[in-house]
Write a protein that binds this ligand. Structure first.
Ligand code: DGL
Length: 266
């Protein structure tokens, strides 16, 4: 007699330079409650923001290889910097559904009333050809003012979401944008949604803050046509890997993921 048990579904592989991709993973978990998720934090090599495209491409291919070897049926590059540097190469290598992140310039251009949007991101993202192309496509609808945020990812990697150093840095990055009159701010790095409460405090209630996590989860769901799996009664699982010190990521997970979880070495 054949077993009635549901065969284990292939997991979805998600990665970032560190903990930033967890801000995307939470949207994926909400959109696909039955999906098994593998998450890699490349903390041993974070931050990516000031590294060369060749280095980021090599890390992207290495991590994706690790995830594909573990059966990943789809990949989410939960990092704007890695998407800009390497997603084209990744798509050449794997014929899987692959979803990347890009700063939400399109929705911001549609949302702004002042015709002025600010983009907070890493230098790597802002200097990429992919970002230049994005601004070219939507720049006629709104003026785009960019602000690189060196040092911010490191604060978030340290679990400092609200301390004086993080506040000081963020205030310094946001002030010139507000002075120029932006009414819409794009969080163009997956680490930054963890600073949403602080950003809201600094920017005030009238500035719209836009992140890409929910849109990415929707796009992934569409690609996977997951309606059936989502309807399954079984709750999905998560496994976390780090190329840095697993204990450090494990210590941050209650704060950033909402649960204490074991972290395996990459
Ligand atoms: N979370 C990343 C991003 O979305 C990378 C940040 C970094 O490592 O510099 O760009």
């Amino acid at each position: 007699m054949s077993s009635a048990a549901t065969p284990p579904a292939c997991p979805i592989g998600v990665f970032d330079s560190g903990v930033g991709g967890l801000s995307v993973l939470r949207h994926i978990r909400a959109a696909l409650p039955a999906a098994d998720l593998l998450y890699v934090a490349d903390s041993g090599h974070a931050p990516y923001g000031d590294k060369s495209e060749a280095f980021i491409e090599a890390r992207t291919l290495a991590i994706s290889g690790f995830l594909v070897d573990r059966g990943a049926r789809a990949l989410v590059v939960a990092c704007n910097t890695a998407t800009a540097a390497a997603i084209a190469r990744l798509r050449q290598r794997y014929a899987l559904p692959i979803v990347g992140l890009e700063p939400a310039v399109k929705p911001a251009a549609a949302a702004t009333r002042a015709g002025l949007i600010g983009v907070l991101a890493t230098s790597g993202t802002l200097e990429s050809a992919k970002f230049a192309d994005l601004v070219q496509r939507f720049g006629s609808q709104a003026r785009v003012i960019v602000q690189p945020c060196p040092g911010l990812v490191e604060r978030i990697e340290a679990g400092d979401l609200d301390g004086p150093l993080t506040r000081g840095l963020l205030a310094r990055f946001v002030a010139p944008l507000l002075e120029q009159g932006v009414d819409t701010l794009v969080l163009g790095c997956t680490h930054y949604p963890f600073l949403m409460p602080l950003l809201r405090e600094l920017a005030g209630p009238r500035v719209e803050l836009i992140e890409s996590g929910a849109a990415v989860a929707r796009q992934l769901t569409r690609l996977l046509a997951e309606a059936d799996a989502s309807a399954s009664a079984r709750a999905g699982t998560e496994r976390f890997f780090s190329s840095g010190e697993p204990a450090r990521l494990a210590a941050l997970l209650p704060q950033l993921w909402g649960a204490a979880v074991t972290v395996e070495p990459l």
